[in-house]
Design a protein around this ligand. Structure first.
Ligand SMILES: Cc1ncc(C[n+]2csc(CCOP(=O)(O)OP(=O)(O)O)c2C)c(N)n1
Ligand code: SF4
Ligand SMILES: [Mg+2]
Length: 345
């Protein structure tokens, strides 16, 4: 007798994980970017996010191709190299009921795109911004990017003699309200951070070290699998309990920061590194600067602020998205326009 195939497991909105998948990846086997796509799929599925409510944004690069490999049912826009922040700003202002997920590369963000990136951070735009950070321009055959560490070595033997831009320190200083670093190979940490990112209201900036197996995974690289396995030092252990799950309080409050997220979820940051306070901006920047001097790669949630108004709050936008407001509401009447013209004479 034939046995019945078990029904696929569904999430809280009744969707199986298959509905969160994308096209088949064309990236190199073993590329860190593929693992990040997998974690995005898991996080969106576990959080029960409606795929059609997500806008996937990217620039240009191997990393920026990766939105094609997750969530095919979502909206997607592949912008010009380094210009994803401005396109995203326009899109979220047009419809702030959507969830914005940007995937960029270290080159796309910190080299050609740094001018747009810094203004995105100042605005606290509601957006999850992921940098798939391999320290090189993977798509154009592995030149150093602006996140490559000083002294690190290319396959050709060329040494990088410029200091790295720490995108996390920059993001904290300029105004992002959820800033962390993870490693594509750390499934547990990355998944918890992504789930908390989905629950946050404001700019989430996650720098995810994502080794380029083809151009930057050798001896002398500081973005290789081996280097991260040996030097990754978590600053806190990230736990996440979604608003729809039971919270069992079983921790010593002295060791944990329990952060209440906007949607009622709870993020728990268990201290692993001295007496680190993720709500203290100056301490966060100083800790990252110190880590550079000590050649440490800190991971975890460095900074969180759940109180700061977002760009949408600052602009006092109406609840109904601008994109769907009827023209009768958005267009000034003939009398208003005539008065305006009269006042300009
Ligand atoms: C305006 C412009 N300048 C340069 C390029 C060439 N280019 C394509 S991808 C890329 C760098 C991508 O690096 P990164 O963002 O780190 O992505 P990765 O491929 O490493 O994931 C460059 C310089 C381009 N496409 N457009
Ligand atoms: S070249 Fe590097 S970054 Fe691009 S897909 Fe291959 S491993 Fe990934
Ligand atoms: Mg890169």
């Amino acid at each position: 007798m034939a046995t019945a195939t078990p029904a696929p497991k569904v999430n809280r909105i009744g969707l199986p994980i298959l509905e969160y998948r994308g096209g088949k990846s064309t990236l190199c086997a073993g590329c860190g970017h593929n693992a990040i796509s997998e974690r995005i799929i898991d996080a969106m599925f576990e959080m029960g996010v409606e795929p059609e409510r997500v806008m996937k944004m990217s620039g240009i690069g191997c990393s920026s191709k990766s939105p094609a490999y997750f969530m095919s049912r979502s909206h997607s826009f592949n912008s010009v190299h380094g210009r994803m922040p401005s396109v995203s700003t326009g899109a979220i202002l047009a419809n702030h009921q959507m969830m914005m997920l940007g995937v960029s590369g270290d080159g796309d963000t910190a080299s050609i795109g740094v001018g747009q990136f810094v203004h995105l951070l100042r605005r606290n735009l509601p957006m999850i911004y992921i940098i798939e950070d391999n320290g090189v321009y993977g798509l154009t055959k592995g030149q150093f990017s602006a996140t490559a560490d000083i002294g690190s070595k290319l396959k050709t033997g060329v040494i990088n003699d410029l200091p790295a831009i720490d995108t996390c320190a920059l993001a904290i200083q300029l105004g992002a309200t959820f800033v962390g670093r993870s490693f594509s190979g750390d499934k547990k940490q990355l998944l918890s951070m992504l789930k908390a990112a989905i629950a946050h209201k404001g700019t989430v900036m996650l720098d995810v070290i994502s080794p380029c197996v083809t151009f930057n995974d050798h001896e002398g690289s500081t973005k290789s699998y081996k280097f991260m396995q040996e030097n990754d030092e978590p600053i806190n252990e990230v736990g996440f309990v979604a608003s729809f799950e039971d919270i069992n309080v079983d921790y010593d409050s002295g060791q944990v920061y329990d952060v209440q997220m906007h949607d009622g979820s709870s993020m728990r940051l268990r201290k692993l590194h001295e007496d680190y306070d993720p709500t203290n901006k100056a301490e966060a920047v100083r800790t990252l600067m110190d880590a550079h001097s000590n050649n440490e790669v800190l991971t975890g949630v460095f900074y969180i602020d759940t109180q700061k108004p977002t760009f949408i709050d600052l602009l006092n936008l109406v609840d109904e998205p601008l994109a769907t407001l009827p023209e009768t509401v958005t267009r000034p009447s003939k009398t208003v326009l005539e008065t305006l013209m009269h006042n300009l004479q």
